[in-house]
Design a protein around this ligand. Structure first.
Ligand code: 9MR
Length: 874
């Protein structure tokens, strides 16, 4: 992937004068064949060669990052070297450049520069080490005689300056005719070892810096050399000791390399603010005991989405400090997303793909990633229909332009993205009709900062893919049932699109996105789409109940295999989305009990991981992945689903412990959510929340999750500071660290889902199940309607005086005429109230009522959840 975090165009202004002036400063050494260099100072060069390597990825073993290039060439690293076809007809050497930034130079140090190069036909190349800005003073200018056979070249020079961010550039322009250049083993050795970066991790007692629920678990971690138990004290805001005990030594934690103890102070349950925990002479950052912060995070993590919107102005009155003009609507300098062509040779039409959310800190819009994001928002809403503890999502909670339209705001926000996904479908009559284009983004990577409406790059549709098509099928099928009570036409449009996408994916099962398609946007390649097929079939089955999808689900290897791996699920691993929905959304799949049980088995695994981990994490692979925080959160989703299925407290407590890690109980003593916790991420990689680079721009809004530790540290900012990091330390809150510190729509979606789950637990008191049993029988079902009879039994030992029973329909069904109860409906949720004569239900007594319903397209299963006077019936 090519992702310069700066604008390459600045290098075009290299002046010949600067080059000449600087070339006197270097002394080339003859070391290898084919070089034009002569040795003048071999001793110094040997010393330099033993110095530290300053070039990142000079061997192109890990792709082409962080090398950048001018827009008139493309990198080809397929042969293990970096090659490029250099166009003819350019005038100046600097008209074609390959470069690397942020190379530290130390004054008076001598450096050894080496490279392998070849050209076809033979050419004189130009390699420079220079100042990255005007006047581009060169400290080394070398002119290797390149030829088709390839050779290695070596030079030395002494730096006249201290400079943290020199550039190495290969200037390849100025040829009338095209030629091919290849490069390998680029090395710049010498200078001082890079400064060892020491993150400021604050006190050694690590806590959730935001809040623990009063009646929930409360755990902390102490970093210490001690090997035997240490006393701890919990103090309130006034400094009084309110609880104390002894820690549990846990040995050396592999994920951080630290010797640690854990502290359990869960027996203390009094709500308050400004608590601290003291152990081993250190006092933790302050925290609350209370549920209020999660009610706020439930909202903030969703409010994140509106200012990610493309194609609409962000109103400052809705998001003070975040207002900005609409991005990519075709107003110059934008080229607009209203009429986007394909990449050359990919298609002969243009599409209006305006709208949707920007994926992350870039201006790209990707169907596979949009898919899981919108699905998780829809599932957060759908959970309110099926889970005993879930509190409703309503209209007017998120301050979006649609607030007040009678539709829950979370569905309004999700629709903004779903409308975009629908637009990415190939129109009828065109090749691959029904498939979805994988992505749309800029032709080349842009630099930071860059507000969306100022992006002047050409926008292009990339080829269709099976994965994108199945993301569309899955989300459109889910949308069809969820939006049906609010907008039947939109629901129908989604169902049609889902069916078309499914058929198109079946006809084109192996259109895989190319891993090489990563210029100007992420590749989002995925070589295995069995999980996407399974997810789509599951959603289509849940919505329609149809045989074809049922058969597909039951025959899929993903239906029964163990999908609860240690790394969890994400945009490229989506079988879990299908499995969890089959388990938690009402449907009549044969063997559904085993499906529900399999989710519980997954939760058991993550709970075991968490219990064994001294930082209480449900994620513990030997190396952390890109976006590890979203994997931690998705593993928590599995535990939350198991709690929703079983009501077993330990799964819920697993979720409550997992959130501690995200909010500060970690090796860095750092909260990964902007605005939450005393020390929290706020410089996430984003072209418009670029406050770190331009103080007039804002930081990301509160409630924004950072990707989190990534053992592979794939960006130069992380590589410069974090070499050799233990997994938990592979993170830096720097805007340039896009591989550890980006924000994305698919990482905030599990944060939002989990925040809602935690908020729904109130103060952490586990509610006793309702003393009731419900029998719900749909006696007759015809095209336009159905008749249902409901019996409610009081299974408790007290008389119920006045009852309200609630359930939700799967889709657009409407309760009509009723008998023996008063029925009303809001969205899909039905409320049945007793009449005067049947208000009292003695222990053991039942009441039966019924209604005629108006049918809606699709399945009409028996609801899983009934609540009587607010408590879920068994
Ligand atoms: O989240 C993606 C991660 O799983 C991949 O390993 C990585 C490299 O392909 O790309 C990540 O996605 C980025 C995307 O390619 C471009 N927009 C920003 C995304 C988050 O960093």
């Amino acid at each position: 992937m090519i992702r310069p975090s700066r604008r390459w165009t600045g290098s075009l202004a290299v002046t010949a004068a600067a080059t000449l002036a600087a070339s006197a400063l270097y002394a080339p050494t003859a070391r290898a064949s084919g070089t034009d260099a002569t040795s003048t100072d071999a001793g110094r060069s040997i010393a330099a060669e033993e110095g530290p390597e300053q070039i990142v990825n000079g061997t192109f073993d890990t792709g082409s990052d962080p090398w950048w290039h001018t827009a008139n060439i493309a990198f080809d690293i397929s042969g293990g070297r970096l090659c490029a076809d250099i166009p003819g007809g350019t005038v100046n050497p600097w008209d074609v450049i390959i470069g690397q930034d942020n190379i530290p130079l130390v004054k008076d140090e001598t450096y050894a520069f080496g490279m392998y190069g070849s050209s076809d036909p033979a050419k004189v190349g130009r390699a420079m080490v220079q100042l990255p800005v005007d006047p581009y003073t060169a400290y080394l200018t070398a002119n290797p005689q390149l030829g088709p056979d390839g050779a290695t070249y070596a030079y030395t020079f002494t730096s006249p300056v201290d400079l943290p961010n020199a550039q190495v550039v290969f200037q390849l322009g100025g040829s009338a005719t095209p030629w091919r250049f290849c490069l390998d083993d680029v090395s710049l050795k010498g200078g001082a070892d890079p400064e060892v970066y020491e993150p400021d991790t604050g006190p050694r007692v690590r806590v959730n810096q935001v809040a623990y629920l009063p009646k929930g678990p409360k755990n902390a971690t102490v970093v210490t050399d001690a090997t035997t138990a240490l006393p701890w004290q919990l103090k309130n805001a006034g400094g009084d000791v309110v609880a104390s005990g002894n820690s549990t030594p846990r040995g050396v934690d592999e994920s951080s390399g630290q010797n640690v103890h854990s502290i359990d102070f869960g027996s203390y349950t009094t709500a308050g603010t400004g608590y601290t925990l003291t152990a081993d002479g250190e006092t933790s950052r302050p925290f609350d005991i209370g549920g209020g912060a999660y009610a706020a995070l439930r909202t903030d993590s969703l409010k994140f989405y509106y200012p990610q919107r493309s194609g609409i102005a962000i109103l400052d009155n809705l998001r003070p400090g975040y207002g900005r003009p609409a991005g990519h609507v075709g107003v110059p300098p934008n080229q607009g997303d209203t009429n986007v062509p394909c990449q050359p040779g990919v298609c002969d039409y243009t599409l209006d793909v305006a709208g949707g959310w920007y994926d992350a800190g870039d201006h790209g819009k990707y169907v596979v990633n949009g898919g899981i994001s919108v699905a998780q928002l829809m599932s957060e809403f759908e959970r309110t229909k099926n889970a005993a503890t879930a509190k409703p999502h309503t209209d007017g909670t998120l301050e979006v332009p649609e607030s007040g339209n009678g539709v829950p705001d979370i569905l309004d926000e999700a629709r903004w993205e779903q409308e975009f996904l629908l637009k990415m479908q190939v129109p009828d009559g065109k090749p691959f009709a029904g498939m979805a284009h994988h992505k749309i983004h800029d032709q080349n990577w842009t630099g930071l900062p860059l507000l969306p409406h100022l992006d002047a790059q050409k926008r292009e549709l990339h080829p269709v893919s099976t994965a994108a098509t199945l993301n569309l099928a899955a989300t459109a099928a889910q949308a069809a049932r969820l939006y049906a009570p609010y907008d039947a036409a939109f629901a129908a449009r989604n169902l049609t699109a889902a069916r078309k996408a499914w058929a198109a994916a079946k006809a084109n099962p192996d259109k895989l996105a190319s891993p090489a398609d990563g210029t100007g946007g992420g590749a989002y390649d995925d070589a295995d789409v069995r999980d996407e097929f399974y997810w789509a079939a599951a959603e289509l089955y849940i919505t329609t109940g149809e045989q074809e999808f049922k058969d597909y689900v039951l025959a899929s290897p993903m239906h029964t295999s163990d999908i609860w791996g240690p790394r969890g699920f994400d945009w490229g691993h989506v079988a879990q989305l299908g499995r969890i929905d089959l388990a938690t959304v009402p449907n009549a799949l044969p063997g559904r009990d085993q499906v529900r049980q399999s989710v519980v088995e997954g939760a058991e695994k993550y709970l075991a991981t968490l219990t064994a981990h001294p930082y209480g994490m449900p994620y513990n692979p030997p190396t952390y992945d890109w976006g590890s925080n979203n994997l931690v959160l998705n593993n928590m989703v599995v535990m939350a689903a198991a709690y929703d299925i079983t009501g077993t407290r330990k799964y819920r407590d697993g979720v409550l412990q997992g959130i501690d890690y995200i909010l500060g109980r970690n090796a860095l003593n750092h909260s990964y959510v902007t605005g939450y916790g005393e020390v929290a991420s706020h410089n996430q990689h984003s072209r418009w929340y670029s406050h770190q680079l331009d103080p007039s721009l804002p930081n990301p809004p509160k409630g924004t999750l950072a990707g989190g530790p990534n053992s592979s540290i794939q960006d130069p900012a992380a590589q410069e500071k974090l070499q050799g990091c233990k997994p938990q330390f592979c993170y830096i809150d720097d805007i340039n660290s896009w591989s550890t510190n980006e924000l994305t729509i698919n990482w905030n979606s599990p944060l939002a889902w989990i925040s809602a789950f935690v908020a729904d637990q109130g103060d952490g008191t586990v509610k006793a199940p309702g003393k009731c049993r419900v029998t719900y029988s749909t006696h007759a079902q015809w095209r336009e309607g159905f008749t249902t009879q409901v019996t409610v039994k009081n299974t408790g030992s007290a008389t119920i005086d006045g009852w309200t029973l609630k359930w939700a329909f799967l889709g657009g069904q409407q309760a009509g005429q009723s008998w023996n109860a008063n029925l009303s409906q809001s969205g899909a949720t039905v409320t049945a109230k007793n009449l005067g004569w049947n208000a009292k239900l003695k222990p053991g007594q039942s009441v039966t009522f019924g209604f005629n319903g108006k049918a809606a397209p699709g399945a009409n299963p028996t609801p899983d959840l009934f609540t009587l006077n607010g408590a879920a019936c068994a």
